[in-house]
Design a protein around this ligand. Structure first.
Ligand code: BJ2
Ligand code: ZN
Length: 752
């Protein structure tokens, strides 16, 4: 604890020192000395940040949010300082390639670049991000006629989309989230984009925009062309699945609701974003009566628990000879939604950068879908554990897509009927063509349905970041991409002046890049194919379970995977890929091979169907069934979210008449706001007062909350921020490598 505290102070102390221009430092030995010194400090700074983020994400209070802001701010300062110091080395001329790579990674700053010269912008950026995440995580949808009965995304709205087969109920849940979350983010996102771009444009090297910075992580010059190529090879699979599912949905919901040649209404596919269609398996099952893969019912009837799902995933890792989850993983993780507080429910995996603390945060329930997500998150954790021996800059995936592929790769084996039978989730497995098609359909509803969504998310965001999509057209352009790539349409007319539908997806509200999931969709099948070969599998790829062979085969496959994971980001990704696959490029061949029997089957099913969709088709909107308001002059229908919102939608303004404003609610808001504002202002003024009347390190730390630069000292072997306490040995500067700690800092009181 004391050490963590020290590191924070080291960082604070570094902040006030003016950047001193030194001659470039050369020599690999000095480079390595910097790296190890940097690494120890980075581990502690990052650990503190992760703890603060974890505490906030698992308990969304104002106080925790403040602590998180503070930690983020410190981390960004640290990154910036480290980058500056690393840049003062002549690292491009180092002899050792690994050392060069480490320096390159430390000197590449993204948005952290902001945090010294632009403290106000950095704070605004952080605040916006925190607000957007909070709105996403706490959004509630209240029943039209019962404002006290409200639904949250997880589990209520997700379950609604997954289980309901009532067209209007589904529409209510789908639309509700967009009203509750998307609209609240609409005004925030443009400024966020601006600040993010401003930050990356100040960096060295200079990035044209945030999208360019994100793409740089792939170290692939023609990355976008490669992706487009892969996507084009995969569209026939998607179009066949789409046409077949549309035909089945027409049979369920009626021909008046779904056109034979149009896009599919987005709320009918079992998922809030239409990104996985696995929840509508029963509606589209090729051979009812044959082996059916969705095992949720079996899990429930057999009394599976959340803990058992996680243990099952852990057992698979163990069987493959991979690293098992440490005890602290089981002790510290959050597997279920707590009843007593608000948390972020979107599942995530956490590396605390101290080589042993790893956790998962998830609001799990017992279902096949959750079992797969658990494997996904466990894959991240396995990667963290395998590369923990590297210096911090290498503790990443070979590229972000690799990180996403690990858990999914394992789940490809776990989901095979024979494996499910082995773990007690299927009673009988029939080995015939019809059962195979059922199985492949269940996989395609997840893997193939996802492809266009995985591809388009960042097509939209890259265009937003580079300015080719402007705030005025955010929503239109979003739907153009959704319709063009996914072949879906909104079930209710969109109001582009008010709606911001992209903001309803976690990764946009929380600013998590997304193309990694598309890359992973391709990679995981490449890895699967290669490991199946190593594990001695023969026969069709979709029947392979890499854990099914002999002990020796299983171990060989596990070791191959481990060898790649252990590389972390220490080598360019083609080197990592080569370890498993023997190839150095992304390829769509394995995913096509995997699904080939289903594609052939779909082609016969789709005879007479139109592949693709007419982008201009829109569903009919039943105003009354949708609880809409018909304008008094009969000129139009106003959606529930548009009624009484202060903006007229009817030509005769009738939608804004007779609105009962609940004054009591308005006063409640004012008093709630007032109480919070008093607390916030009081804390800020007290912190300012305390620091100005008593210049201690502790008080300066509190000043960070106000966005003021605290005092800084600057010495130590790496010239990274160093704590200069009276009598501390760290005071002694190492000749030629560091500056003396400024006198005024030495005079500060010890924190103890
Ligand atoms: C459910 C999953 C993410 C993931 C979370 C949230 C964002 C990043 C992490 C990172 C991991 C890391 C998710 C799964 C497939 C499609 C996508 C979706 N949650 N993240 N810390 N998925 O990737 O696990 O955990 O180390 O980079 O968002 O749309 O649901
Ligand atoms: Zn992931």
């Amino acid at each position: 604890m004391a050490a963590q505290k020290d590191v924070l102070y080291l960082v604070f102390l570094a902040l006030a020192v003016r950047t001193v221009r030194l001659q470039l430092t050369s020599g690999d030995d000095q480079g390595w000395a910097f790296i190890w010194d940097y690494n120890g400090r980075a581990e502690q700074v990052y650990y503190d940040t992760m703890v603060a983020r974890w505490n906030y994400n698992t308990n969304l209070t104002l106080e925790n949010s403040r602590k998180q802001d503070e930690a983020n701010f410190i981390e960004a300062h640290f990154d910036r300082q480290a980058a500056q110091i690393a840049s003062s080395f002549d690292w491009q001329n180092f002899n050792n390639a690994t050392l060069k790579r480490l320096f390159r990674k430390i000197t590449l700053l993204g948005t952290a670049v902001n945090h010294i010269e632009q403290a106000r912008e950095a704070r605004e950026y952080n605040n916006l991000l925190t607000e957007m995440r909070l709105i996403y995580s706490t959004g509630k949808v209240c029943e039209y006629h019962n404002p006290t009965s409200c639904l949250v995304l997880k589990p209520d709205l997700s379950d609604c989309l997954a289980d309901s087969r009532d067209y209007d109920r589904l529409r209510f849940c789908w639309e509700g989230l967009r009203d509750a979350v998307g609209r609240q983010l609409k005004d925030k996102y443009p400024r966020f984009v601006e600040l993010s771009n401003d930050a990356v444009r100040q960096g060295v090297p200079y990035w044209e925009d945030t999208g360019a910075y994100w793409r740089s992580w792939y170290e692939t010059a023609d990355f976008q062309e490669q992706l487009e190529n892969l996507y084009n090879q995969l569209t026939p699979l998607y179009n066949n699945l789409h046409a077949y599912v549309r035909k089945k949905l027409r049979a369920t919901y009626g021909q008046d609701k779904i056109s034979a040649t149009g896009p599919i209404p987005a709320h009918l596919l079992g998922n809030m974003w239409s990104q996985s269609w696995a929840n509508i398996y029963k509606l589209v099952e090729p051979y009812p009566g044959k082996t059916s893969i969705n095992v949720t019912a079996k899990m429930l009837s057999d009394g599976w628990t959340v803990d058992r799902m996680f243990r099952t995933s852990g057992d698979f890792l163990k069987a493959m000879g991979l690293i098992e989850m440490p005890q602290n993983f089981w002790d510290n993780s959050m597997f279920v939604k707590p009843a007593d507080r608000e948390v972020v429910c979107h599942a995530s995996a956490w590396d605390f950068y101290n080589a042993h603390d790893v956790r998962i945060m998830m609001c799990s329930n017992v279902s096949m879908e959750n079992l797969i997500t658990i494997h996904h998150e466990m894959g991240h954790i396995e990667y963290y554990l395998q590369y923990k021996h590297h210096p911090v800059p290498f503790r990443r995936g070979a590229n972000p897509g690799f990180h996403e592929a690990v858990g999914d790769l394992l789940a490809l084996s776990v989901a095979t009927p024979t494996h499910l039978q082995g773990i007690g989730l299927l009673d009988t497995v029939e080995d015939d063509n019809e059962s195979d098609i059922n199985f492949l359909m269940s996989m395609a509803l997840d893997k193939i349905a996802f492809l266009p969504f995985g591809y388009l998310m960042d097509q939209w965001r890259w265009a937003v970041f580079n300015g080719s999509i402007t705030p005025a057209t955010y929503n239109q352009e979003w739907w153009k991409l959704r319709t063009r790539y996914q072949g879906i349409v909104p079930p209710v007319p969109r109001n582009h002046d008010k709606d911001f539908d992209p903001g309803c997806k976690y990764h946009i509200a929380a600013n998590n890049p997304y193309i990694r999931y598309f890359v992973s969709s391709v990679l995981q099948f490449q890895f699967h194919q290669a490991l199946c070969q190593t594990s001695g599998h023969t026969g069709p790829l979709h029947k392979c379970d890499i854990s099914a062979g002999t002990q020796a085969h299983r171990a060989a496959a596990g070791q191959k995977l481990a060898r790649m994971l252990q590389m972390g980001a220490s080598q360019p990704w083609p080197d990592a890929m080569e370890v498993i696959t023997g190839q150095r490029t992304m390829s769509a061949q394995p995913i096509v091979e995997y699904f080939q029997p289903l594609i052939t089957w779909l082609e016969t099913q789709n005879v007479g169907e139109t592949l693709g969709w007419d982008e201009s088709w829109t569903p009919t909107y039943d105003c009354e069934a949708a609880d809409g308001f018909t304008c008094a002059d009969g000129s139009g229908c106003v959606r529930p979210g548009d009624r009484c919102d202060g903006v007229t939608d009817c030509a005769d303004m009738s939608d804004e008449l007779n609105c009962s404003i609940d004054e009591q609610q308005a006063w409640d808001f004012i008093w709630d706001y007032n109480a919070k504002a008093e607390r916030v202002y009081y804390d800020s003024v007290v912190a300012a007062w305390n620091y100005n009347t008593d210049l201690t390190q502790e008080n300066s730390q509190k000043q960070v909350r106000l966005g003021m630069a605290p005092p800084v000292a600057h010495c130590g072997i790496s010239r990274l921020p160093v704590l200069c306490l009276r009598g501390s040995p760290s005071l002694a500067p190492v000749e030629g490598l560091c500056l003396e700690c400024p006198k005024q800092v030495l005079n500060l009181k010890d924190p103890t």
